[in-house]
Design a protein around this ligand. Structure first.
Ligand SMILES: C[S@@+](CC[C@H](N)C(=O)[O-])C[C@H]1O[C@@H](n2cnc3c(N)ncnc32)[C@H](O)[C@@H]1O
Ligand SMILES: [Zn+2]
Length: 311
């Protein structure tokens, strides 16, 4: 069973992470606005979407935007704020490895700043491939193992082993995202070749690759304001994305799995939800209770958030 980075275990408030990272925030939003320009559809899922930092980039393009996250507390705490800004958004607590959606029910999706918590990416890619429609759009961001600073560091240490395509497990030291000081977290940086191979295997074809946060440096942040950094970032996103020098990489992909003879349209949330354990259709006994008649598991909506978390 794959380990999960459970932010609720330590009551971690992820929004605090963004207090001093306005440049990265602007850089990611600008990139996503470009990647999603002109896109539209019914169901969009933001996997590991947390408190909805990136919801502004997709909510007006899709009829049913969904924020899915393992942290039930984060979704419950931010529900009112999110609904006041985006009244059509649905919040679902679930595990990315075991999604509560029917096969080929989702038109488009993305995962940003989550893959570093996913220690079995192949397993996750198989699951997201199951739920995204044929020809559907999927955006995958990942922390890049071979970004320029890491390469220079490895060369100075004459560590040539570093250049293989295996994932690099970051030391938890000083990285308290989702855990508390002293507790070992799950943090992986991935090699671009490895990610592209795994995604191809899961039937995602890369349409566009864009690097992000080219200027991530404490020194630059001290002398330039975030807007000036964004100006240069846009130039680098445009001109340097063919390289692998940036610490973060976004892939815009198309799901190229074979179309089934007849693809269903899913109008309501009840239509797309399935049991995350056995993938059987659910029966809704009340507006806040769902029942799986096959494996006899019950799921509940608590404080406006469906809880489909299973390990
Ligand atoms: C670093 S935050 C990123 C949040 C958001 N995507 C953003 O960029 O602002 C990682 C999020 O992934 C969620 N997460 C980690 N492992 C998960 C899993 N297996 N299934 C669902 N969500 C997960 C965490 O709860 C957390 O909210
Ligand atoms: Zn079931």
């Amino acid at each position: 069973m794959a380990k999960i980075s459970d932010y609720d275990m330590f009551d971690y408030d992820y929004s605090t992470y963004w207090k001093k990272r306005e440049y990265e925030n602007l850089a990611e939003k600008s990139l996503l606005h470009n990647m999603l320009d002109g896109e539209k559809g019914l169901w969009f899922v933001d996997i590991g979407g947390s408190y909805g930092r990136l919801t502004s980039t997709y909510y007006d393009k899709y009829v049913h935007p969904l924020i899915l996250d393992y942290s039930l507390k984060t979704l419950q705490k931010n529900r009112e704020m999110l609904l006041s800004k985006y009244n059509n958004v649905e919040l679902i607590a679930a595990n990315a490895y075991k999604l509560p959606f029917a096969e080929r029910s989702i038109d488009a999706g993305m995962m940003v700043r989550v893959l570093h918590h996913i220690e079995e990416p192949e397993k996750y890619f198989r699951e997201i491939s199951r739920v995204i429609k044929s020809d559907g759009l999927y955006i995958q961001e990942y922390a890049n193992k071979v970004h320029i600073k890491a390469v220079i560091k490895a060369l100075l240490k004459l560590d040539f082993n570093f250049f293989n395509t295996d994932a690099y497990k970051q030391p938890t030291q000083h990285n308290n995202e989702g855990v508390k000081e002293g507790v070992e977290g799950i943090f992986f940086n991935y090699h671009p070749k490895n990610i592209e191979e795994m995604m191809t295997e899961a039937k995602f074809s890369v349409m566009k690759k864009t690097g992000c946060s080219f200027l991530r440096s404490q020194g630059l942040k001290k002398i330039l304001n975030p807007e000036t950094m964004l100006f240069f970032e846009k130039i680098f996103q445009f001109s340097l994305s063919w390289t692998n020098i940036s610490p973060s990489i976004f892939l815009k992909t198309e799901h190229i799995s074979k179309k089934q003879q007849e693809e269903n349209t899913f109008e309501s949330l009840e239509d797309i939800l399935v049991c995350p354990k056995c993938k059987n259709k659910l029966t809704f006994e009340a507006s806040d209770t769902a029942n799986c008649k096959k494996c006899h598991t019950k799921y509940y909506k608590q404080e406006g958030v469906w809880d489909f978390r299973v390990q």
